[in-house]
Write a protein that binds this ligand. Structure first.
Ligand SMILES: [Zn+2]
Length: 360
């Protein structure tokens, strides 16, 4: 019994250590203005208005609003003027500054002038049939991803992606992000906040294989703020006051997400003390590496699990896969070095009963 108490006590100390280090606050956000320079993005039917102009304008308004409200949050822009930035470079900028959140701003377009509305996207492929990629968003995904061809350094082999090859999309949707759940949270919050705003029709949240979302290693969302090809949406987008209103709604979404993020992923030493007041009643605490979160089941011999036997934690519609679990945080950190090479956006979690807390 004494031995058990000692182990639990040392676990308690480790927890305190982790909590001192694991004070997780959303500190850095990347605002990505879609297109730019030689890449105009979508163009209005009269040829006068370009997507790249709207995306930069709204992104800069959002940048200003976040900086005003949160002087401590670092806002990183992928571009602040009319220049071409490759999709890889956009993701690289976000990964290099260890951003906590990535939001990519775009304007949609369609052949028919009737299509209108806003939509929010996270990486993946939806399980809902009516939101099947190849029916609903294929044109959009293809158009946004085709920017990759404008990159002088683009090579389908080294990028692991060729927008003209359907198998590239299948591969991308298999590589679900470890941050899928947070991305979906943010996407849903954005979607709620855009309702009743300058762009009327709500096209919902969907999972689609956008290259830029695939390459980023943090919760990431792409938003399409109306159709440049639709007269009503375009008329709204042309008004500075409505673009400001859209930026304000994105700020409201950011505020809501930040509150959620800051409160759910941090844990205080006070709650640790409460849990361990009586060591014999406290829940079992150990650590592991969350490699991905998927809406499907992954077979235990799937090569994506790297030979580990996973522990699966269902959370809503998503299953979180945690591998290399151990009571010793140091041991998990050692395994994490290996895992991180294959899954750059994996992270260490503290497992408490059925709850997962991210450890930084
Ligand atoms: Zn776009």
């Amino acid at each position: 019994m004494k031995r058990v108490a000692l182990i639990l006590f040392s676990l308690f100390l480790t927890s305190l250590y982790a909590s001192a280090e694991g004070n997780i606050i959303l500190k850095t956000v990347v605002v990505d203005a879609g297109h730019g320079g030689k890449d105009p993005g979508a163009i209005s039917k009269d040829g006068k208005t370009k997507e790249k102009t709207f995306t930069l304008d709204i992104a800069q308004r959002l940048e200003k609003l976040i900086k005003q409200k949160y002087p401590d949050v670092k806002v990183v822009m992928t571009r602040s003027d009319d220049r071409f930035i490759s999709l890889d470079r956009r993701a690289q900028i976000a990964n290099e500054c260890s951003a906590d959140l990535f939001i990519s701003i775009h304007i949609n377009s369609a052949y028919s002038t009737k299509s209108s509305g806003f939509s929010t996207h996270v990486l993946g492929q939806s399980s809902q049939k009516n939101r099947d990629l190849y029916k609903a968003n294929l044109d959009l995904v293809k158009r946004e991803n085709s920017v990759i061809m404008l990159d002088d350094n683009y090579n389908p082999k080294s990028a692991g992606f060729d927008p003209s090859d359907p198998s590239s999309y299948i591969f991308m949707t298999m590589m679900q992000s470890a941050h899928l759940e947070q991305s979906i949270d943010f996407a849903q919050i954005i979607n709620e906040n855009l309702k009743g705003g300058p762009v009327k029709v709500n096209r919902g949240v969907s999972q689609d294989p956008f290259y830029v979302l695939w390459k980023t290693t943090m919760p990431a969302v792409l938003v399409e703020l109306g159709f440049i090809s639709n007269p009503q949406d375009l008329a709204q987008l042309k008004k500075p006051s409505e673009r400001q209103a859209l930026a304000q709604r994105l700020l409201n979404a950011f505020t809501e997400y930040k509150k959620l993020y800051d409160s759910t992923t941090s844990f205080s030493s006070e709650t640790e003390l409460l849990h361990y007041d009586d060591p014999e009643v406290g829940p079992q605490v150990y650590y592991g590496v969350q490699i991905f979160a998927v809406s499907s089941q992954v077979h235990k011999e799937d090569s994506r699990l790297m030979g580990y036997i996973p522990e699966v934690f269902p959370s809503g519609k998503i299953n979180k896969y945690v591998v290399a679990t151990d009571a010793s945080l140091d041991k998990v950190k050692e395994e994490y070095k290996k895992i991180k090479k294959r899954y750059p956006d994996s992270f260490i979690v503290k497992i408490e009963g059925s709850e997962l807390h991210r450890v930084k």
